[in-house]
Design a protein around this ligand. Structure first.
Ligand code: NIG
Ligand code: FE
Length: 422
């Protein structure tokens, strides 16, 4: 049995009260801040959260046995949740970045056999060990940015063996790394080049062979598809998401990124847990998502890196959609592991307040991967996932941009990263 006690936080951000349902509209500004706050953890679980003096008088024996960490002058908050990453892949695409900076378009590069196809070629060639090593390095960088739970998609194999290898790598990372990883199958990431002339055959392969095997081997919890003109049509996407549902995989969707394509509408109709990207979402799409409680996972780093206008976070929140944030970490459209930077961009480019950005990166991000009951807020009974930020107040989070303010990261009650000698 081991206790950890973090005390004297200038601001302890709880984001409490939204474990059952994500925060919406003005709720997204409710951070549940406790001044001079503390959190007491026992093993992997939070025991209590309150003012330091109150916990000291209620739990003297536990605190006497605890490892004590002083957070005087700092912000303490729930570990960040990154609910949309393409964590496992091989190689990198800085050559395409260079081409885009000279005017080439992301979709055009892909149509000509680069983009996702280029990473698919690199991933197909990579061994399990190579892929594991590269992904582990990314995961360790993710931790350094205050993230304690991360979703990981397959989708750079698009043939069964390589899709499985990617999912196996993610499972091995989960076993060996302290972070929690949530698994998503994304066999339908693009139309593989060998199916260019017969996309429906690939859709059938995904639906009839890959999805049943993913479910049977328990390799993923979610099933995702890139619904976009030139990639999967709404009809094909619906078929893929319904096939997943039949096998117990929960739907997620890359929707309305490049042009309006009724992806958000489809997400609401199939009961998706989240619809992600949404740069070009229609008003009707937002309305339907709000009605069905589909979480909007907004990816401001992708818009930033593709040099396009970001999704309208303000509009989505005002429409009553629960909004979450994510890095979309991938080698083509967002090679970043920094959730704090996404929070900067959410405020500066998507009209979200610093408080809304924190809610979107914690409890709402947890809901986007069905983990709202266990992570994303500091409340008794939840996982002891806590980050100390080297900042005096939460507003500085997105104010001092371009700096990594992570000081100490606690995952399941263990200090897994710290810039201090603890
Ligand atoms: O979410 N939009 C589709 N898929 C990824 C990009 C993957 C890549 O370019 O390698 C995304 O942006
Ligand atoms: Fe993505």
């Amino acid at each position: 049995m081991s206790y950890l006690f973090i005390k004297n936080a200038n601001e302890l951000i709880t984001v409490k009260g939204f474990s059952h349902e994500p925060a919406r509209k003005e709720q997204m500004n409710e951070l549940g801040i406790i001044n001079n706050g503390a959190v007491l953890m026992k093993d992997e679980t939070i025991v209590a959260v309150d003012e330091t003096s109150k916990l000291e008088s209620s739990y003297p024996e536990e605190i006497a046995q605890a490892k004590v960490v002083n957070a005087t002058g700092k912000v303490v908050a729930p570990g960040l949740v990154d609910p949309h990453t393409h964590l496992v892949f091989a190689g990198s695409r800085e050559n395409e970045y260079n081409m885009r900076l000279q005017g080439a378009s992301y979709m055009k590069i892909m149509e000509e056999g680069g983009g996702i196809h280029a990473t698919t070629r690199a991933t197909r060639k990579a061994s399990f060990e190579e892929m594991y090593e590269q992904s582990l390095r990314r995961l360790n960088k993710i931790v350094e940015h205050g993230v304690t739970t991360v979703e990981a998609k397959s989708g750079y194999g698009m043939d069964w063996d390589v899709e499985k290898r990617q999912l196996d790598v993610a499972h091995k990372l989960e076993e060996e790394h302290p972070l929690d990883i949530v698994h998503t199958f994304m066999g339908a990431h693009v139309i593989p080049q060998e199916y260019k002339e017969k996309p429906d055959e690939f859709v059938d392969l995904v639906c009839e062979e890959m999805i049943p095997k993913v479910a049977e081997l328990n390799l993923a919890e979610f099933n995702d598809v890139f619904c976009e003109r030139g990639v999967y049509t709404p009809e094909q996407s619906r078929k893929i998401l319904e096939a997943g549902k039949k096998h117990g995989l929960l739907p997620k969707i890359h929707a309305d990124e490049i042009e309006p394509y009724e992806g958000a509408e489809l997400a609401a109709e199939v009961g998706a847990v989240s619809a992600d990207h949404l740069l070009k979402v229609s008003d009707r799409g937002l309305e339907m998502m709000a009605e069905k409680g589909v979480v909007a996972v907004l990816l401001p780093g992708t818009a930033f890196f593709l040099m396009t206008e970001a999704a309208d976070g303000r509009k989505a929140i005002d429409a009553g959609v629960p909004v979450a944030l994510s890095t979309d970490c991938n080698p083509g459209s967002s090679p970043s592991v920094s959730m704090p930077f996404m929070m900067n961009l959410a405020s500066l480019n998507m009209g979200m307040t610093p408080a809304e950005a924190i809610t979107a990166a914690t409890i709402n991000a947890a809901h986007a991967i069905n983990r709202g009951e266990t992570v994303g807020s500091l409340e008794a009974g939840k996982k002891a996932d806590v980050v100390i930020w080297d900042l005096p107040n939460y507003m500085q989070f997105t104010y001092h941009y371009g700096v990594n303010h992570t000081e100490t990261v606690v995952k399941n009650g263990d200090i897994i990263f710290s810039k201090r000698d603890l």
